[in-house]
Design a protein around this ligand. Structure first.
Ligand code: SAM
Length: 321
């Protein structure tokens, strides 16, 4: 596990111990934080799916259109008997665009922290892709492993959704290095990355008119109350999305609407009016900055595709020899 601003955590014996540790540690900081990977309990995964269908949320629509176009080329370069390994697979909806073209896979391995999303995806793929071996791995893509009997098959990684943008640049590089070592020699990685664009497009994408993204962000507090016995007054926090120009990223935060004290894990955390919990970053790196991260992580850009408005990029990376 690689630490970053929002993911700094020690190894702990079990998921809820780890969650408790991370919440207490995050709320103890001068700038309070909660790690974004905890968004995805069953309700959070459902809300994320609703977000992907919102008119303001262009990334899913645009990336899916790009993948629809480039999937035949990606499939043509995939050796029979390969394994497709997806990191943070969620509903695996975009994956179907690749699977429909990749005929002779040894297996599709879906890795996600959300067991409910994996289970739904597994059931759907059983009907849609009969005969395909689907392995679901509930776990953290920083450390998850694939089944040993697939060790010798060529591997193609898939990391859509611009999930890489949730990380600080140094951590994005470290994660891509980890994927290179996990995918092995002659690895390929198909990755979707969002690009910089006016804040007038970005802010509504992360703060929609129907309030679905707000519900998604606030669900983190509900999850803390349910799983950790915390006493967040969910109605006393408000979702905001801010464009951080210097770091070229959208920051999602929860703003305390009043002076209050939150209790969790036997600790008390005071909040001033207007004080925020920083819950997620979504970097929108200029192409040359992201491509430098890729190269430093041991990959080269072998192919890239975009949409007519150049809102999003899908890259095919190849491991440097
Ligand atoms: C932005 S969503 C993208 C979902 C899907 N890949 C897509 O493109 O629509 C991020 C996904 O990554 C998962 N995730 C986040 N952090 C993770 C981690 N550290 N390890 C494994 N999965 C993670 C979440 O549960 C969620 O399904």
């Amino acid at each position: 596990m690689k630490p970053d601003d929002l993911h700094d955590r020690a190894r702990a014996p079990g998921p809820s111990d780890e969650f408790l540790h991370d919440v207490v540690e995050g709320l103890s900081r001068a700038q309070k934080t909660l790690p974004c990977r905890y968004f995805y309990d069953a309700r959070g995964s459902e809300l994320f799916e609703e977000i992907t269908a919102l008119p303001e949320y262009y990334p899913t629509r645009v990336e899916a259109a790009i993948l629809r176009d480039c999937a035949p080329q990606i499939a043509a370069r995939t050796a029979p008997g390969s394994v497709l390994v997806e990191f943070g697979s969620g509903s695996s909806t975009k994956t179907e665009l690749l699977l429909s073209q990749m005929r002779d896979l040894a297996a599709y391995v879906a890795i996600d922290v959300s067991s409910s999303a994996l289970e739904d995806a597994r059931k759907r793929l059983r009907d849609r892709c009969p005969g395909l071996r689907v392995d679901t791995v509930v776990g953290d893509f920083w450390s998850a492993q694939i089944a040993p009997d697939l060790a010798n098959a060529p591997r193609v990684g898939f990391f859509p959704g611009s999930t890489i943008g949730n990380l600080e640049p140094a951590d994005a590089q470290a994660l891509l290095q980890r994927f290179a070592s996990m995918l092995g020699e002659r690895a390929r990685l198909i990755i979707g990355v969002d690009v910089m664009k006016p804040a007038s497009i970005l802010i509504p994408a992360y703060d929609d008119a129907q309030g679905v993204t707000a519900a998604f962000n606030l669900n983190l507090l509900t999850r803390g109350n349910r799983e950790l016995g915390a006493d967040f007054d969910v109605g006393a926090f408000r979702h905001v999305a801010i464009w951080n120009e210097a770091k070229t990223r959208i920051e999602m935060r929860l703003v305390s609407l009043r002076e209050q004290i939150v209790h969790v894990g036997g600790r008390a955390f005071p909040f001033a009016v207007g004080e925020t919990i920083h819950t997620e970053n979504s970097h929108k790196w200029p192409a040359e900055i992201f491509d430098r991260i890729v190269e430093r992580a041991g990959w080269r850009v072998a192919a890239q595709w975009t949409d007519p408005d150049q809102l999003f990029r899908v890259l095919e990376l190849r491991a440097l020899a």
